[in-house]
Ligand binder design. Structure first.
Ligand code: BES
Ligand code: MN
Ligand code: ZN
Length: 481
């Protein structure tokens, strides 16, 4: 899809030819003298249009516009959330196979975050998964034109949003692909594709190299599957080599059946999304290639399946991680932390300014925060604040969770340095406490995206989260350097 921002208000919007025009009307709308403004004002006056977010009035070929379908929609206060609600509702009305060019126009000067919300919401509402359809009917929308009278003021945040969309859609795409179409090997190839983009390089390690590194914990998970593991190392070089990087680590379990501690059958298919953390790292690198901030970023992905064959790891097995710490695997379904801990140790070599791991780690996090906010854990307040703020700015929300040492009590065992599970209570926190043992050498944060990376039910599919949060955070790092 092609995106363009044009310096037009309602006057310009009325003559611009498009298949559909969406007019965003704020609660404090003040009409100009042009025909389209007058139409909007009349609709409000006669109570045919309300300016509450998402309330809309659909018109067909009104003389005041150069589009077959026109939707006037309220955006309330104009907050990102209100704009998103409005755009999703309006696109729902005008969406059709003949919708090739869409014009979304602000009826009043646009705020930066509102412009961003338009771009992200239109992209979200029109994304179509096709990879495994025999007769693919993809996205028909080819062009989104956003009209704002103050376009120059909001150009930067518009470009920014377009960069986020590129990454979020790559993340969605990989997360949506079924496990037999998104194996560790294929994820490695996707990363190598990214290395064709500017400033990105990539290295993919296989079982031999990983064994040599001593990643005994990662290998223990992978050994239950015939698919060979991959450890992916991506570099985005936007600054001098001497500048310490931020490291992103993605959980890349391409399918999680639980291993010997097998999961129940209902909804097990959803465990193809268990590489959403990895997908968000791939997506973020795509965004970096578009936005080109002056920072360095390393992306690490530990990719394998969590399956059951004759070699599969058994409850009670003790393995030695790359850090040297031994781990008693009491539950083979707590595999995410087992692959992440070795990636965390690997990250030490980059002497990073910060390490952020992203993982669909625990069902407990879904219970705690649902699908609205990702769980945020951080060893330092500054890092937590920056990630939280990035989530708010990108409307890709998270919420900080505690890391009190008392939560680590349940991980104690007589048979190894640490167990991979504690009790059911505080499950997302005890998982984070496990990871923290491997993240002592740098500022560290962990995003548990089990509830936010995809939606279940009728509209089952990946959300592309938290690419928005991550890109926003990295762009804010670039602004600070
Ligand atoms: N991938 C799952 C977490 C998950 C569960 C994500 C449901 C999304 C929805 C993870 O590997 C897992 O199985 N975690 C276990 C941990 C438990 C055994 C301590 C869980 O949450 O049940
Ligand atoms: Mn699991
Ligand atoms: Zn898992």
């Amino acid at each position: 899809m092609n995106f363009e921002l044009k310096p037009i208000g309602l006057v310009g919007a009325s003559t611009e030819k498009s298949d559909a025009l969406i007019v965003l009307v704020p609660q404090d709308f003040k009409a100009g003298k042009d025909d389209l403004s007058v139409l909007v004002a009349q609709a409000i006056k006669s109570s045919d249009l309300e300016t509450k977010p998402g309330k809309l009035l659909a018109l067909y070929k009104p003389v005041q516009a150069n589009a077959a379908r026109v939707v006037l929609v309220g955006i309330g206060s104009g907050s990102p959330r209100d704009v998103r609600t409005a755009v999703l509702a309006a696109v729902g009305v005008v969406k059709s196979p003949s919708l090739k060019k869409l014009l979304v126009c602000f009826a009043a000067p646009a705020l930066e975050e509102a412009v961003r919300a338009v771009v992200l919401a239109v992209a979200d509402a029109t994304y179509v998964y096709t990879h495994t359809k025999s007769k693919p009917e993809g996205r028909t929308l080819g062009k989104l034109l956003v009209g704002a009278s103050n376009a120059t003021e909001v150009q930067a945040s518009f470009d920014h949003a377009v960069g986020i969309v590129a990454g979020a859609e790559l993340a969605k795409e990989w997360a949506n692909r079924p496990a037999n179409h998104a194996t560790p090997t294929l994820l490695g190839q996707a990363a190598q594709e990214l290395a064709k983009l500017p400033k990105i390089t990539c290295e993919v390690l296989g079982p031999k190299e990983v064994a040599k590194l001593g990643m005994g914990s990662f290998m223990a998970v992978a050994q239950g599957s015939d698919q060979p593991l991959r450890f992916i190392v991506l570099h985005y070089n936007g600054a001098a080599k001497t500048q310490a990087p931020t490291v992103l680590i993605g959980k890349g379990i391409t399918f999680d059946c639980g291993g010997i501690s097998i999961k129940p059958a209902p909804e097990m298919d959803e465990m193809k999304f268990d590489m959403s953390g990895a997908a968000s790292v791939l997506g973020t690198f795509k965004s970096l290639a578009v936005l080109k901030p002056n920072i360095n970023v390393v992306g690490l992905i530990a990719a394998c399946e969590n399956l059951i064959n004759g070699q599969a790891v058994k409850p009670g097995d003790v393995v030695t991680s790359m850090s040297g710490q031994t781990i008693e695997i009491l539950n083979t379904d707590a595999e995410g932390r087992l692959v992440l801990c070795d990636a965390l140790t690997y990250a030490e070599r980059f002497k990073p300014t910060a390490v952020v791991d992203i993982a669909t780690l625990t069902g407990a996090c879904v219970i705690a925060l649902g699908g609205v906010r990702s769980g945020l854990f951080a060893s330092q307040d500054d890092l937590a604040k920056a990630l939280y703020a990035a989530g708010e700015a990108a409307q890709d929300l998270c919420w900080r969770m505690p890391l009190d040492e008392d939560y680590a009590e349940g991980l104690k065992t007589s048979f190894a340095d640490v167990a991979n599970v504690a009790g059911r209570a505080g499950g997302s926190i005890t998982a984070a406490k496990f990871l923290q043992r491997f993240a002592e050498k740098f500022p560290w944060a962990h995003l548990d995206i089990a509830g936010t990376a995809w939606k279940s039910g009728a509209a089952k599919g990946a959300t592309g989260r938290p690419v928005g949060l991550l890109v926003e955070y990295l762009m804010s790092q670039a602004r600070n350097t």
